[in-house]
Design a protein around this ligand. Structure first.
Ligand code: SF4
Ligand code: SF4
Length: 101
């Protein structure tokens, strides 16, 4: 399927957030990692003081400050601070990608 690139894509601003993880509150349930729509978080290999694996940030620049991770966390172990807005990265359309190959 072909998606037309919006003509004003470079001018659109998307929100971004600063992620704060309070590791010692985490019980390693993984909700924040599983449901982040941007795939920003991964489970850490290290353990906190309770012996659980807390999440860690995989790629902070993709956080869109939706707040879903902090909403879902049963232990209030993660919260997001507003970092303002940024322009989206350039997105290759499928048509262009096919032309290059
Ligand atoms: S605020 Fe949204 S995009 Fe950012 S880490 Fe949390 S769930 Fe992911
Ligand atoms: S949702 Fe909360 S308790 Fe569960 S892994 Fe994420 S930070 Fe830890």
């Amino acid at each position: 399927m072909y998606w037309r690139k919006p003509l004003d894509q470079d001018k659109i601003k998307v929100p971004c957030g600063i992620i704060h993880i309070i590791e010692d509150r985490c019980k390693g349930c993984g909700f924040c990692v599983e449901f982040c729509p941007q795939g920003v978080l991964v489970m850490s290999k290290s353990t906190n003081s309770k012996g659980y694996h807390p999440p860690e940030i995989n790629d902070s620049k993709h956080c869109v400050n939706c707040g879903l991770c902090s909403l879902l966390c049963p232990d209030f172990a993660i919260y997001i601070e507003d970092k303002g807005k940024r322009t989206p990265e350039k997105v290759e359309t499928k048509g262009k990608a096919e032309e290059q190959s």
